[in-house]
Design a protein around this ligand. Structure first.
Ligand code: TRP
Length: 327
């Protein structure tokens, strides 16, 4: 079976954009692959995180992933598998500095911060370690992470050619899976992708938001000045609401047209809000029913399984580089 690997940071609050764009698909494909889904807490701390808050967020994100239907055997907490950090160091030593300074995410983030940690520069190397540690074949990520997966391939290639003695150490990951999920935009600004770090209260719908809050946010979503839904040429805000509805209900294009053509925006918003509330209800209910001990136990179990795979790669890497392995 091919291996799929992806990661999500335990920062901000997971929202319907994360769910419809990525997490729903993780759950859907998890049994078609040997799957590993990583809560990347070591990536989160490349920018300062309040310790108490981070701890809560990790627990909450793990609960959400389980509630969405991710198998506990697939769930890995990055910091519980020290091999991630260890491999990251070994890869750092074969990665030219220039490659990292060219990363667009690094450039954007370093401009936005007053002091930049060395970790921010190393961020993509740690991500390469996540992927290569498990010899992942497929790495589903959004467009913003594509460059990091390309870099992972470059690092793997460079390692393999620098240390060819024992054959190819790393399998080359496929660039990425084409995104099958929806691209959900901000409710307040439908030109911008819905983001976990956007502060505005009307920007994103959290996966754990109360129904009343969900309704209020959607009723306030930005639309345009047309009298009703122009199905063939909707404005960005209306298109976004339609996409959210379709992603939750999996309605066909014909159904969408029949249902929404000409509908007034007030009614559109009510219909979309009810679909979101209904779509999130079972997830929220499962989330509430998972005891905290079960979350901790899932992380322990998944991470222990992962360590076995991780160790065998790490031994190969060390042997290739001439380090002592004692086995
Ligand atoms: N950098 C990714 C993001 O912010 C998260 C991530 C970390 C990841 N390690 C990964 C994604 C490995 C895919 C594979 O979205």
């Amino acid at each position: 079976m091919k291996r799929v690997l992806s990661g999500i940071q335990p920062t901000g609050s997971p929202h319907i954009g994360n769910y419809l764009g990525a997490l729903k698909n993780w759950a859907k494909i998890q049994y078609d692959y040997d799957s590993i889904y990583c809560i990347v807490d070591l990536h989160a701390i490349t920018a300062y995180q309040d310790p108490k808050e981070l701890n809560t967020k990790i627990q909450q994100l793990a609960g959400i992933l389980l509630a969405i239907g991710i198998d506990k055997k697939s769930l890995v907490l990055q910091s519980r598998v020290p091999e991630h950090a260890e491999l990251a160091w070994l890869l750092t030593c074969v990665t030219p500095l220039g490659w990292l300074e060219r990363m667009t995410q690094y450039k954007a983030k370093s401009q936005a911060q007053e002091t930049i940690s060395d970790g921010l520069l190393q961020y993509p190397v740690l991500m390469a370690a996540d992927i290569l540690l498990y010899q992942a074949d497929v790495v589903p990520v959004g467009d913003d992470q594509r460059q990091h997966v390309e870099l992972t391939r470059d690092i793997a290639q460079r390692f393999n050619s620098l240390y060819p003695e024992h054959g190819e150490t790393f399998t080359m990951p496929a660039t990425h899976l084409p995104t099958v999920g929806a691209r959900v935009m901000g409710l307040d600004d439908p030109e911008k992708k819905m983001s976990k770090s956007e502060p505005g209260a009307g920007h994103a719908i959290g996966l754990l938001d109360d129904p009343a809050v969900i309704r209020k946010k959607i009723m306030r979503a930005t639309t345009d000045s047309k009298p009703g839904v122009d199905f063939d040429d909707p404005g960005a805000g209306v298109r976004n609401l339609l996409a959210i509805y379709q992603a939750f209900t999996e309605a066909s294009n014909e159904d969408m047209r029949a249902r929404f053509s000409g509908m007034r925006y007030g009614d559109l918003k009510k219909t979309v809000a009810e679909a979101v509330v209904a779509g999130l209800e079972p997830i929220q209910q499962r989330y509430r029913e998972i005891p905290p001990e079960q979350i901790t136990e899932a992380l322990r179990l998944g991470s222990e399984n992962a360590r076995r795979i991780a160790n065998s790669t790490l031994t190969k890497v060390k042997r290739a580089m001439g380090l002592f392995t004692f086995d």
